[in-house]
Design a protein around this ligand. Structure first.
Ligand SMILES: Cc1cc2nc3c(=O)[nH]c(=O)nc-3n(C[C@H](O)[C@H](O)[C@H](O)COP(=O)(O)OP(=O)(O)OC[C@H]3O[C@@H](n4cnc5c(N)ncnc54)[C@H](O)[C@@H]3O)c2cc1C
Length: 377
């Protein structure tokens, strides 16, 4: 029996591939049900990671049915609303809503594999080998093989390393507009069908079109580590704080935040050190953010979590009863892959937030894409 902690995208892909290949698997998940929390946000699925994992899970065709058509369009602006780059998209990195993707993976597993409402508070080594997971309701379970797929603040990670996520210095405030075609036509136009990135002077307003006539935006800015705790302690503090920071930005961009449903959600960004690794420990490993949390500027975190899940499942299936060989094989490929993505992610963050923005970002996209539709400078 393989035990996974966490039913995020990584844990679900792992469970799905193991299950369809006849391996006994279960997931303990802290949320009370599949619909307990709005998952939100758009994800673009990359060929060699997210899409590869969906193929291995036998869910690629189903995934294509929930792709947001034209959702990979891209616009880059500055704070005045001037457009530097507008690209229609080419479907190489199709966009999907995270909640729909997660729901598809959950529905692909028989009832009972995911044990909802199991929030682990501690994971410790058992005296006789294996590991003991203790849950918030004080029940505990002993497991032989444990996969930490429990995200940024993993309870499994301390079994393998003392390293903890470090604040990147950048925070997001998340905003949402609904019924945008009728209520917010100006914002619908400025965002377009996919992603809009307005960046200037170390700040940004980043927006994605979501299915159901919704725009999800992030105001992104540098803030000290204590910022989110301080601002959340005052009612309405986050909203006022964010609007003050973007006081000299064009109104049509600021309205993506100012006219949002309330409350805004504070998302300080944390990352693990680039290239960190751990030594092999019997019966346990990590996938996804638990293994390699990074800032979202390479758009790789969810994709990597899914690829990790697929690779680990395939290693377990290939190595039969030799679980140690499987875990070692998985880690040997995962460490260099996540290191290079984390480097790219750190570079992506610097590309967006600098004094010359949006120029470095525009130059990057021009170098990457050959099919840019229009550039207005
Ligand atoms: C603002 C933002 C934008 C992003 N945009 C993108 C993007 O465009 N593309 C992309 O690829 N990535 C993106 N990412 C990164 C992506 O969200 C993560 O990398 C991805 O969700 C990691 O998946 P995971 O399965 O490892 O962990 P998670 O999605 O964090 O899932 C972990 C699961 O474990 C459960 N869990 C946690 N603790 C416990 C516990 N103690 N006990 C039991 N269960 C537990 C959680 O409830 C959750 O279900 C973005 C991240 C942010 C913050």
């Amino acid at each position: 029996m393989i035990t996974i902690l966490g039913a995020g995208l990584g844990g679900l892909v792992l469970a799905r591939i193991l299950h369809i290949n006849g391996v006994d698997v279960r997931i303990f998940e802290s949320e009370a049900s599949a619909s307990a929390r709005h998952q939100g946000g758009m994800l673009d699925m990359h060929v060699e990671t997210g899409q590869m994992a969906l193929e291995a899970a036998g869910l690629y065709d189903e995934f294509r049915r929930i792709v947001l058509k034209g959702g990979d369009a891209l616009r880059v602006l500055d704070k005045t609303g001037r457009v530097y780059l507008a690209e229609a998209g080419n479907d190489l990195r199709p966009e999907v809503e995270r909640g729909q993707l997660r729901a598809m993976l959950i529905a692909s597993l028989p009832e009972g594999i995911i044990q909802w409402g199991h929030r682990a508070t501690e994971v410790a080594a058992a005296m006789d080998g294996g590991y003991i997971i203790t849950f918030a309701d004080r029940r505990s379970v002993r497991v032989n093989t444990l996969i930490g797929a429990d995200g940024a603040w993993s309870k499994v990670r301390p079994l393998l390393t003392d390293i903890r996520p470090v604040y990147t210095g950048l925070s997001f405030a998340e905003a949402r507009l609904t019924e945008v075609s009728s209520r917010f036509p100006e914002q619908a136009e400025i965002v377009g069908k996919g992603t809009m990135m307005a960046v200037s002077e170390h700040k940004g307003i980043l927006a994605h079109r979501e299915p159901g006539d919704v725009i999800c935006s992030y105001a992104a800015f540098e803030a000290p580590a204590e910022w989110s705790a301080e601002i959340m302690s005052e009612a309405g503090g986050l909203f006022e704080d964010v609007l003050k920071r973007f006081g000299d930005w064009d109104r049509s961009l600021v309205d993506l935040i100012a006219r949002s449903e309330k409350p805004l959600v504070a998302r300080p960004l944390f990352a693990l050190p680039v290239g960190h690794r751990w030594g092999r420990r019997a019966g346990v490993t990590l996938i996804g953010d638990a293994a390699h949390l990074m800032s979202p500027f390479a758009g790789e975190g969810a994709n990597l979590a899914m690829r990790d899940g697929a690779d680990l499942a395939q290693a377990i299936i290939a190595d039969g009863d030799d679980i140690e060989a499987a875990l070692a094989c998985y880690e040997a490929a995962m460490f260099p892959r996540s290191e290079s993505a984390a480097q790219e992610s750190a570079a992506g963050l610097n590309r967006c937030f600098n004094a010359q923005a949006p120029r470095p970002l525009v130059d990057f996209f021009l170098g990457m894409h050959s099919d840019v539709e229009a550039i207005v400078t």
